[in-house]
Design a protein around this ligand. Structure first.
Ligand code: FPP
Length: 245
């Protein structure tokens, strides 16, 4: 049956976050270098973004480079940064045509300067688009983000601008790099791994998880729809009992 027809348009997740995993294994299976897997992974990014927009998702967050990824071989890191810079530069016009606003989360200042510049330029050029936000997690780690928020809040207390008792969920959320972006309702991880890997730890308090065996370069429109159908089959109780919903 047509997957799209099975999706309840009234109950589409507003925000989907994805841990794109399995590029290296996909490449190895093809007898290719890991970077080839990443470059084919960009096709999956394009397809997923279009599919998400089709069903009315308003925010799509992709884990493109974690703080831990700096531990990979230099050649792979350089190749990934190069791919990011070129993809962002090549895609800006298409993002504008499709109404996509590009945003990033993570420690942008720790990225290579050309990556920072390309990203800042694309973010600026797409800033008026309203169809969907494409949020790239780059040099991102949730523990870094939370630690950073604590430092900022501590500073405000030291300066007398905030009292310890004023600290609330909202105040903490305002100091995360996701400030202003609603929490994801659905988190997808590809490649059969069932871990969260330091991604959006604060923001996924009530998020539904969907794990799929599909490797990221093979992840297509239909795979996103299957994840959304799975999400829609769940009952989200937020700590309550069924009868209260
Ligand atoms: C995980 O697979 C993938 C990454 C760490 C990088 C993902 C990046 C892209 C798909 C390019 C993104 C580009 C844009 C513009 C968003 P892995 O290398 O960990 O695979 P493995 O677990 O099989 O080794």
């Amino acid at each position: 049956m047509n997957l799209l027809a099975q999706i309840d348009k009234e109950n589409t997740p507003n925000h989907i976050a994805i841990i794109m995993d399995g590029n290296g294994r996909w490449a190895k299976k093809q007898g290719q270098m890991r970077l080839y897997g990443h470059s084919i992974g960009v096709e999956s990014v394009r397809e997923t973004l279009t599919a998400a927009k089709n069903i009315g998702v308003k925010h799509l967050t992709l884990y493109a480079f974690s703080t831990e990824n700096w531990n990979r071989p230099k050649e792979e890191i350089d190749g990934l940064m190069n791919l990011l810079v070129h993809t962002i530069a090549n895609e800006v016009d298409e993002l504008n045509r499709s109404g996509v606003r590009l945003l990033s989360i993570g420690d942008r200042a720790g990225l290579p300067i050309e990556c920072q510049e390309e990203l800042a330029s694309a973010i600026e050029q797409t800033s008026n688009n309203t169809e969907i936000d494409l949020i790239l997690a780059l040099n991102y780690s949730a523990r870094w983000e939370i630690t950073n928020a604590m430092k900022q809040i501590g500073q405000q207390i030291q300066e007398g601008k905030l009292q310890p008792n004023d600290i609330s969920d909202e105040i903490i959320a305002q100091h995360l790099t996701t400030d202003g972006i609603p929490d994801p309702e659905l988190l997808i991880r590809t490649s059969g791994e069932c871990r969260v890997s330091n991604f959006l730890l604060w923001q996924i308090a009530y998020t539904e998880f969907h794990f799929t065996e599909v490797l990221w370069p093979d992840f297509k429109e239909a795979d996103l729809y299957k994840a959304v159908i799975d999400y829609q089959s769940r009952e989200r109780r937020f700590g309550m009992v069924s009868e209260q919903l």
